[in-house]
Design a protein around this ligand. Structure first.
Ligand code: FAD
Length: 456
């Protein structure tokens, strides 16, 4: 039994927790970081990083298939899943080592074990107590399922999907959001038949509707099947596979069912409520400065309602560390956080969709300009299709950017600056974009909105 005291105790060492620890230590605070599994959390070990390794393998498979088009003689001979696994694990291991080194170099004390909040200043870890003047809750999220849909056997979540030691021939994916389309994209490129089932009327339903529709066309063209606006009813499984029945009576058979219907907050049984923290359906309620209802206790990352993204967690962690250190950081608005759906094609967006902007500012007070990537030289060279849509307030700033196409996630940085700095197209249009780059598409949209389209 021991007691350790710090300026700041952080429960959970994922994106939100470790970012808070790094920033707090930089600001001179002593930090105890409690982690029950591995530093880096979901994103590093079973989320962002390993899935992007799979997507890269998928892209290489597609490029190999199309190589003749580019004058390269190569033959796609299939997927060696053992090699994919060692590539994926190698990347995660190297990033994990780097993170551990950084945490150590910053003098952060890592306490291994499962923690429970027992008072506003105390976390219990086994027989030991860890106290802090401030506490940050950062325990992350888990893959949710639907009522009556049990995970197990051939009914899997993204965690088991990552670890598969074979390439499935046929998969049903329940959920057409970011995680569902990401795995669908990978499996299709690896040669599987994929059927997505989405209860809402569109794939990537949280995006601008025109982008969702383009995304559906692209997936259909790739031969990825989907049923929209229909709910899952039941599943049966045996040694051979699964049979999924939908509420409209359709049935699908496959080897596996991936359940990708969202992520719930990991907060059950951790003492939050008993310590006086206000909760709502398992999420921790905070004010805009990420303070919970208990003075001195903050929350960051996926347990806070809103976008469940690693970079939101990072930024919230930095924010709270600075808040505790008295630096009065600027409040984070989810609307100004970039979102990327990683698949083929990619979707990247920030700010108001056209419909939401019309609702907020008035349909006659906004203008949306859609630049087709067919007009972009670099997209042509890469053989990709898509578009870049910019929404502005008339005589006012850019309030939304929505893109679809290969690697448009890499373009979101400029859009993020434009939206966060409330740039007017007239101000940003004269900035020069290198030619030929896909970035020029954004430049073309800014030029068009400033009333001087170049290639449109
Ligand atoms: P987590 O990363 O989940 O970390 C929480 C940590 O707390 C974990 O390490 C856990 O072990 C620990 N913990 C929990 N309870 C306790 C306890 N009682 N005691 C001690 N430790 C505890 N986001 C993106 O931005 N980009 C992407 O490309 C992306 N891809 C994703 C792909 C997949 C398949 C998934 C599942 C997620 C993806 N995400 C992505 C989301 C991203 O992973 C999360 O938003 C992010 O990890 C949230 O960070 P967090 O700190 O809130 O929680």
């Amino acid at each position: 039994m021991s007691e350790q005291n710090f300026d700041l105790v952080i429960l959970g060492g994922g994106s939100g927790g470790y970012a808070a620890a790094l920033r707090a230590s930089q600001l001179g605070l002593s930090v105890g970081l409690i982690e029950k599994n591995k530093l880096g959390g979901t994103c590093l070990h079973v989320g962002c990083i390993p899935t992007k390794a799979l997507l890269h393998s998928a892209e290489v498979a597609d490029v190999t298939r199309e190589s003749a088009k580019y004058g390269v003689t190569a033959e796609f001979g299939g997927i060696d899943i053992t090699a994919v696994t060692s590539y994926r694990e190698g990347i995660v291991a190297s990033k994990y080592k780097g993170l551990q080194g950084l945490i150590k170099a910053r003098g952060i004390t890592v306490i291994e074990g499962s923690g429970r909040l027992v008072s506003p200043t105390t976390v219990q870890v086994g027989d030991d107590t860890v106290t802090g003047k401030n506490v940050i809750l950062a325990t992350g999220s888990y893959s949710r399922s639907l009522p009556g849909l049990e995970i197990g056997g051939r009914v899997i979540t993204s965690e088991q999907a990552l670890e598969l030691d074979f390439v499935p021939k046929k998969v049903i994916v329940l959920g057409g959001g970011v995680i569902g389309v990401e795995f669908s994209s990978v499996w299709k490129s690896w040669g599987a038949d994929v059927q997505i089932v989405e209860a809402l009327p569109h794939l990537v339903p949280n995006e601008d509707e025109a982008i969702s529709k383009q995304f559906e066309r692209a997936f259909r063209k790739r031969g990825i099947n989907f049923s929209l606006g229909v709910r899952f009813a039941s599943v049966t499984q045996n040694d051979q596979g699964v049979v999924v029945t939908l509420e409209d009576g359709q049935t699908f058979e496959a080897e596996l069912l991936l359940v990708a219907v969202g992520r719930g907050p990991s907060t059950a049984g951790l003492g939050y409520e008993e310590a006086g923290v206000t909760m709502d359906r398992g999420f921790v309620i905070t004010n805009e400065r990420l303070a919970t209802s208990v003075p001195g206790v903050y929350a960051v990352g996926d347990i806070v309602p809103g976008l469940q993204l690693a970079h939101r967690g990072f930024q919230q962690g930095i924010f709270v560390a600075e808040e505790i250190a008295g630096l009065n950081p600027i409040v984070i608005d989810d609307l100004n956080i970039p979102k990327v759906t990683y698949s083929d094609p990619e979707v990247a967006s920030i700010g108001y969709s056209e419909a939401k902007a019309a609702e907020k500012f008035g349909a006659d007070k906004i203008t949306a300009y859609d630049y087709n990537l067919a007009g972009n030289g670099k997209s042509h060279i890469l053989g990709t299709a898509g578009s870049v849509k910019v929404v502005r307030v008339n005589d006012g700033p850019i309030v939304g950017v929505h893109m679809i196409g290969a690697r448009v996630g890499e373009l979101i940085g400029e859009a993020q600056l434009a939206v966060n700095w409330e740039a007017y197209p007239e101000d940003i249009a004269p900035l020069i974009h290198a030619h030929p780059t896909q970035n020029e598409a954004l430049g073309e949209a800014f030029l068009a909105l400033a009333g001087k389209p170049l290639h449109a």
